[in-house]
Design a protein. Sequence first.
Length: 78
Amino acid sequence: MERPWLAPIPGGIPAEIDLDRYASLNDMLATSCARFADLPAFNSMGTVLTFRQLDEGSRAFAPGCRSAPGCVAAIALH
């Protein structure tokens, strides 16, 4: 099966995640943020967000959701 969406991924980055390596999605994200702290996590419309910024932003956002019963959050990737 052809997977053209993988073409922009730099060499050396695996195209698939070893699901047995992490206990949860949270574990995978925490591990990645620690390991790649100063590297870009996202690059969109000329704005770059490092893994450290992603970690700090998510930690700042989470308490607000915990304090708001019924809070729903969604992530849209495109």
